[in-house]
Design a protein around this ligand. Sequence first.
Ligand SMILES: [Zn+2]
Length: 465
Amino acid sequence: MTATEWELVVGLEVHCHLKTRTKMFCRCELEYGAAENTHTCPVCLAHPGALPVPNARAIEMTILLGLALDCEIAGRAVFARKNYFYPDLPKGYQISQYEAPLCGPGRFLLPTEDGDREIGIVRAHLEEDAAKTVHAGGATGRSVGADYSLVDFNRGGTPLLEIVSAPDLRSADEAMSYLRLLRQTIRELDVSDADMEKGTLRADVNVSVRRAGEEGFRPRWEIKNMNSFRFIGRAIDAAFRQQVAAHEAGEEVVQSTYDYDPDTDRLTVHRSKEEADDYRYFPEPDLVPVEPPAGLVEQLRHEVPEPPAERIRRLASELGVGSASELVTTGNDWKAELLASEGLDWKTASAVAMNRGDFLRINAAPLGQIVQANVTREALDEAFAAASEGPIRAEDYLSRVAVADEDELAPVIDAVIAAHPEQADTYRGGKEGVLGFFVGQVMRETQGKADPKVVNQLLREKLRG
Ligand SMILES: [Zn+2]
């Protein structure tokens, strides 16, 4: 048996913080980056006798996302207590949804090289996040080896949406495309920032393998709290390799929680089955069931925008560029579309979007103007950085136009070539990679003001000559 005869089986549990003004069961405000323990009250600190009151907006946001995932919306959802002890969970239980979640089975269309794939959504439910434990001292930032640990209760009680996929994903790339497109859907609905760096989006990854054509599933490994796309992909590949090796060696593959170590590119067991959790779920006695009125569900249904998968497919055919799956992989289609709608040609729009971070929608028009004005790379970087923070003005950047005048650039380029005869010979000897060195020198001489396209073209001509 070789690895090619094994099939990868992946399911994702995605958690995201909802962008409500206040917490899930109390009126403490949510503020990312606030001073520690400044947003707390008797409810989220679990003082005896304090009673939870559900956040109506969080329930609406969950329904909105459920509708976007084609889920059945429950007529009656029940909050349940998930019991476990941890220092960042003062109640000794988390309020979650267990047997009766708000959003039942649904589906998510994922454009792939071979057409659309339907990824099953098992459920989407609403719960509260735990507080945040910070381990101080020690090298790893983990509890082991720390001098002491502190708890910040600001995060405790943040509304948390959990979206559970069916084990329908068949490769690391597919899992990452699913996660990217799901993140985009969440962001477009404006229910969460869904930012892995800020911890407002996290994923638990369940991985198993089976022989091609085999029915049913083998024991899976659960990799918890992943917060980097790159590591998710690598962890899935590592789990595949290790499980196939174990199955082929006739070793038992046990279902348990694993940690991924990027340094060794291997998974190690975190917790074995003997200590499997029993959360003793039971209905939360302090809360009545949630019964969303049909009118509300219908109203929210109208708020669901065009799903990214559909828009991407439409874009790919309308613009005749890039396959739909490519657009998903880059996750930049909406940025490129916004820039293209400001008059940029699609190729430029996607190239610019590809290399920059997210920006606020209101900044699409000034950014379009700035890109078209052919400003310096530095000015463009600054404009895009500012465009993710707040509204920008094109006028502030338009004067910093890149030097594209050949007569102005020619003497600089001549001087740079004359100063580096060895590198020039290397280039002429066939090592085209040296061109980058020369471009760098010219950019330095012009303080980054030269138009790289013109510099590239002039350098080639002059080095050849
Ligand atoms: Zn509170």
